[in-house]
Ligand binder design. Structure first.
Ligand code: AMP
Length: 288
């Protein structure tokens, strides 16, 4: 594995790989790698000839007062894990390398980026879309790998790629969880022992919401209330949102129908954790 810090070093290597007919896969991350990230790398390794992973704690996607400075970093460990999982080229640019001047050009995706995370973190998805577009331009991947863990982010990236006809296939990968259901996240390192013990309540609430829908509940407000009650029964948890939306449009169907996603953001002390699960309402059977 080679680690590169500048666009000028990385780009010619990839131009060469593509010219030789090799496909490039990209796994964008903010580092502090865990098995969720590595599952994307393994998938990229199986699908493509050259696996590029990036580690960049993107300042554009953090709001004022968020955890940009505190975000956990361990580049030595990340390098070892990335190499063992099959990364060929690890791109680790500095903020100055990515944004030598403030970006006057940004990418923003309307509608899907507006509710939920978009409301809680107003400039977040424009920051994500802008840096992902830039990484695509730098790396030129045939495929790029994103986790369903950040389901709204995945939807924003998919929509950006479609709207701008970017020549990249976006591959969504399932959420990797701890045995007790907690979704792996770099931010789990913020949890105290008590908060860590409490945190699986998020996934439990999401699954209870999904089970209610499968059992016939078609009212989004009732599902929302059920999930909130479960989470709020945990004294260390503070609900930011718990909602069920259409998995493509991110609008709330009334009655609930089709391909749905239940999503929640919950604070435990200084950690703000997000998670989601999918559920499909079967189409009503004809006749009868
Ligand atoms: P991050 O470093 O948090 O920006 O995440 C980088 C990529 O890894 C994103 O596409 C995430 O959705 C994905 N990811 C993070 N956590 C998980 C997880 N537990 N399971 C699967 N993918 C994940």
């Amino acid at each position: 594995m080679k680690t590169l810090h500048t666009v000028a070093e990385l780009r010619p290597l990839l131009v060469g790989e593509r010219a030789a007919g090799r496909s490039v896969g990209l796994v964008p991350t903010m580092g502090y790698l865990h098995d969720g990230h590595l599952s994307l790398v393994r998938r990229a390794r199986a699908d493509t000839d050259v696996v590029v992973a990036s580690i960049f704690v993107n300042p554009l996607q953090f709001g004022a007062g968020e955890d940009l400075d505190a975000y956990p970093r361990d580049l030595d460990r990340d390098g070892r894990l990335a190499e063992a999982a099959g990364v060929d080229l690890l791109f680790v640019p500095s903020a100055e390398e990515m944004f030598p001047q403030p970006a006057l050009t940004t990418v923003s995706v309307a509608q899907v980026s507006e509710p939920l995370e978009g409301t809680a973190r107003p400039h977040h998805f424009a920051g994500v879309a802008t840096v992902v577009a830039k990484l695509f331009a730098i790396v030129g991947p045939r495929r790029a790998y994103f986790g369903e863990k950040d389901f709204q982010q995945l939807a924003v990236v998919r929509r950006m790629v479609r709207d701008l006809s970017l020549p990249v296939e976006v591959v969504g990968c399932p959420t990797v969880r701890e045995l007790d259901g907690l979704a792996l996240s770099s931010r789990n390192s913020y949890l105290t022992a008590d908060e860590r013990e409490a945190a699986p309540v998020v996934y439990r609430a999401l699954r209870a919401g999904a089970a209610a829908i499968l059992a016939g509940e078609r009212d989004a407000a009732a599902v929302r209330t059920l999930m909130r009650q479960i989470i709020e029964a945990e004294p260390l948890a503070q609900v930011d949102y718990a909602e069920v939306v259409d998995a493509d449009s991110f609008r709330i169907p009334d009655p609930l129908a089709g391909n749905l996603r239940l999503l929640a953001a919950v604070r435990f002390g200084r950690a703000r954790l997000i998670d989601n699960v999918g559920v499909t309402v079967p189409a009503p059977t004809q006749g009868g």
